[in-house]
Ligand binder design. Structure first.
Ligand SMILES: [Zn+2]
Length: 882
């Protein structure tokens, strides 16, 4: 906690560490009232450092130092300096052994950084700077060492003792205690250190690598969760195989472990050989997890596993390079998920997240490049820009190079940098060297913040048969960055003829219709380009930015006729969906602020009718196409949005569609109700999705048939997707009695399962019917709510502010005051979570003044809190522009 301004750390001031650590020998004595950590480091001066006489400087946070010794000799109080954040020892020899003993209190650690306790279990979270809460250490990723870790604890309460690497020794000690020693042969930065001690059961499996090595796979959970590990284990094996086949990467230790922890700030953590997961990102069963949760678990298990190479074997030099491991690994897990299910649907999901949330971040006060130039608190930079935009930046290299050269580049990258801590520039360089392509302009994607905007215009000369497409690129100003240079953008394009046929793209006189491609990736490098396509007597309909080939905004004056046409004819599934979204956005926007009774576009109704009746289309795509653009996306698209007006317009369209298509919705519901066992195939997931969408629409218009179907489905469901689909539909209807009854029954049935209770909280907090402020406050008083558990906080406070937009943006400002109050409360116990929850308020400048000024007031209230954490200080001051 601090009252002064936290320090700004800049990439330009990076220097190599003055000292390196070769080995780390740790001994943890774990007790109920604390833990003693003995650490012995073999330290040497870094030959690459010019500071030959530099003192040894170690980071530390909330540590009680008990002993410090150099080459076995205890140092007296005057021989070292403790500043509160550092331990400094001057006049050290070139090579020496340092022993540090610290006392910490995991049981009182509510920040959940470093070593802490969750449901009686000891566990760690060291990324980014948690290791310094355990012992004094050069806590920066470019110091890589080999770790040996001995854990000692009470055998009855902590029968399982885990750390990184392979277990090499175990035995009993006096007083009912025991120990296990782990050795990790691979050098790693301190942020990848992991430790778990507790009463856990294991689920085992095994995997044989391509080269024939047998790997022992284990998931450790609390005994009550023993039945919920199968999906994660199966996902892990699929990910291991996929990484061998697609990147030639094999696993390198004899054992791979996953531990589920209830209290966790993040989703999961890729500690070498010992991944620690938030329970909600690993535990699943048919009865307790929705299809969405199953898919999410598969992708997170894969993501953390993939880090073994992209992150652990090759790691980041400093935290400005965070996207080196995260962007690349998100790209890898996203491609994996596409391969496991529907590539088009996965692309739609990724693009939706980018366009709704990352674009908003990129246009807000915390906007930063994929490789930031400065930060105050690194935990504030675990953002959509680093992860999702970072993944797009890797994806575009894949698009520009093609799959073969990209693979050559990734092979070279892993080979060249194995065991090193490197930069995003090293990654791009490997891609350049392997492909022979010049990516110097491309590097601007890492340096410039803000979402590029492409304004497209076209003309057609029917006499010459020439179609001209002009694309202009601009990149908006962001905090600290103006006058940006044009970026290198791959722009995938197709042209459609009057009957929906794909037209050959003949760009100059030399190629003929036979050899011309039907789709092309244009490379934009200038502020303005004009492309000419020949041999086109009729005016084509352009299909722009296919597959969302770059994370950019496209402005083009589509007519509604063109959008309806693309919705049913574009051979690119992504653009088919996108045309539907654009049409719906256009219709909703035209109703915002319009007088009551304004006609709703009949072509939208007919397009949706056609979708509902078309069983030849990929049903997973249909399920996506039926979903109207979210309020969050509509807000993102609007200048100075009036949230209440947008909410009202969207509701009008939804009600009009549901009323007009009632018969089709009921037919769709029944057509997709298939008897038989629950299956997790893309086809059955699509069916459940369609059926639940149909149900939710029927309940929006308070249809009695819909109500009866929902009640029946709620009672009879044999899986959580259908049970939750019915519950959500009832909660969002005006059938108050049915809603209360279903909520009560659901809670009574699942109250002992924390992950399901989190879903129960979310479904209410996100509902504009059941989640108004008094009801949300009542949820916070519920016995199952826990201020120490990040998942519970996110499922009520986070969901209310992030998903229940009409209630959060109540014009009286009560939603903002509520969030400010909760953020201040949390800042004292868990500043990382507080700084993340405040995000919706930071966008105050975006909104219509009536909203913005109230949001600002709430931010100022947070700013004036005494003892503001560095985490919150940075976010609040940057968003207030102070
Ligand atoms: Zn990651």
């Amino acid at each position: 906690m601090r009252t002064t301004q936290p320090k700004t750390i800049r990439l330009s001031e990076y220097t190599v560490p003055a000292h390196l650590v070769d080995t780390v020998d740790l001994r943890f004595e774990l007790f109920d009232d604390g833990a003693r950590v003995h650490s012995t480091l073999s330290v040497r001066h870094n030959p690459d450092s010019a500071e030959t006489a530099a003192p040894l400087t170690l980071d530390g946070d909330s540590l009680k130092l008990e002993r410090v010794a150099l080459n076995g000799k205890d140092l007296a109080a005057g021989e070292y300096e403790e500043t509160g954040e550092q331990l400094i020892i001057a006049g050290v020899p070139d090579r020496f052994e340092l022993t540090v003993v610290t006392w910490i209190e995991p049981q009182n650690n509510t920040r959940l950084e470093g070593l802490y306790k969750s449901s009686g279990m000891f566990c760690t979270q060291c990324e980014a700077e948690g290791f310094r809460c355990i012992t004094y250490f050069p806590d920066r990723p470019d110091v890589m060492a080999r770790y040996r870790t001995r854990i000692e604890a009470d055998k009855a309460s902590c029968p399982v003792l885990l750390s990184n690497g392979n277990a090499v020794e175990r035995g009993d000690l006096e007083n009912g205690r025991h120990f296990v020693t782990w050795e990790d042969p691979f050098p790693k930065p301190s942020y990848l250190f992991g430790l778990v001690a507790g009463d856990l059961v294991e689920q085992r499996d095994s995997f044989t690598t391509g080269s024939g090595r047998d790997i022992d796979l284990r998931i450790y959970v609390e005994p009550r969760n023993a039945e919920k590990c199968d999906h994660a284990l199966a996902s892990l094996k699929r990910a291991m195989r996929w990484d061998e086949e697609n990147y030639g990467r094999e696993y390198d230790l004899d054992i791979f472990m996953i531990v589920a922890v209830d209290d966790f700030n993040m989703g999961a953590m890729e500690n070498k050989g010992l991944n620690i997961f938030n329970s909600s990102c690993v535990l699943a069963s048919q009865d307790t997890a929705t299809d969405l949760a199953f898919e999410r678990i598969e992708s997170i298990v894969a993501h953390e596993y993939f880090h073994n190479w992209s992150g652990n074997r090759v790691t980041c030099r400093d935290w400005f390079q965070l996207s080196l491991k995260e962007g690349f690994t998100v790209f890898r897990d996203s491609t994996f998920s596409a391969d496991m299910g529907s590539p088009t649907v996965k692309r739609i999901e990724d693009a939706t997240l980018l366009r709704t949330a990352q674009f908003a971040e990129d246009a807000g006060p915390m906007a930063h490049p994929v490789r930031p130039a400065a930060y105050m608190e690194i935990s504030n930079f675990y953002t959509l820009t680093i992860y999702e935009k970072g993944a797009e930046v890797v994806r575009m290299i894949h698009t520009l190079l093609g799959p073969e050269l990209f693979r050559k580049g990734s092979d070279l990258y892993f080979e060249r940098h194995d065991g090193q801590a490197v930069t995003t520039d090293d990654f791009v360089k490997a891609m350049e060297d392997a492909s022979g392509r010049d990516l110097s302009q491309y590097r601007l994607w890492y340096e410039q913040a803000g979402t590029p905007q492409l304004t497209v215009s076209d003309s057609h000369d029917s006499e010459q048969g020439v179609y001209r497409l002009t694309i202009e690129q601009t990149i908006p100003d962001t905090p600290g960055q103006t006058d940006k240079k044009p970026q290198h953008i791959p722009f995938a394009l197709g042209l459609l003829g009057a009957n929906g046929e794909a037209l050959p793209l003949i760009q100059d006189g030399s190629s003929d219709a036979e050899s011309a491609p039907l789709e092309q990736v244009l490379e934009l490098t200038e502020a303005r380009h004009t492309f000419e396509f020949h041999g086109l007597p009729g005016r084509p309909v352009p299909s722009l930015l296919r597959h969302f080939s770059a994370p950019v905004r496209v402005i083009y004056p589509w007519s509604r006729d063109q959008l309806v046409f693309l919705m049913s004819h574009d051979p690119d599934g992504f653009n088919r969906w996108d045309a539907g979204q654009r049409l719906a956005v256009d219709v909703i926007q035209s109703l915002v602020g319009a007088s009551e009774g304004t006609e709703i576009e009949p072509r939208l109704v007919e397009a949706y009718r056609a979708l509902l009746g078309d069983s030849t289309l990929d049903q997973a795509l249909v399920a996506k196409m039926l979903q109207l653009p979210s309020e969050a996306y509509l807000i993102e698209l609007a200048d100075s949005p009036d949230v209440a007006a947008i909410h009202h317009a969207r509701e009008q369209v939804l009600q009009h569609l549901a009323t007009s298509l009632r018969e089709e919705l009921i037919a769709c519901y029944h057509r997709n109700s298939v008897a038989g066992n629950y299956e997790l195939t893309p086809e059955s997931i699509a069916r459940r999705s369609l059926r639940n969408t149909a149900l939710s629409w029927l309940l929006v218009i308070n249809d009695e048939t819909g109500r009866d179907l929902a009640v029946q489905q709620f009672q009879e469901a044999d899986n959580m997707t259908d049970r939750m689909g019915a519950l959500r539909a009832l909660v969002n209807s005006d059938y108050a009695a049915e809603r209360s009854k279903a909520l009560e029954e659901f809670y009574a049935h699942f109250q002992d399962d924390p992950q399901v209770v989190e879903q129960w909280f979310s479904v209410q907090a996100s509902s504009d019917r059941a989640g108004q402020l008094p009801q949300v406050n009542a949820l916070l008083e519920h016995p199952a709510f826990d201020w120490k558990n990040p998942n519970k906080i996110r499922s009520v406070v986070g969901v209310f502010a992030g998903q229940n937009l009409a209630a959060f943006h109540n014009p009286d400002g009560s939603g903002y005051a509520f969030l400010a109050d909760k953020v201040c409360r949390l800042d004292d116990s868990n500043p990382q979570i507080a700084a993340r929850l405040v995000t919706p308020l930071t966008r105050w400048k975006k909104f219509a003044p009536a909203y913005g000024s109230l949001m600002r007031e709430s931010l100022e209230q947070i700013r004036d809190k005494s003892g503001l954490s560095a985490d919150l200080y940075e976010v609040v001051h940057k968003s207030l522009g102070s």
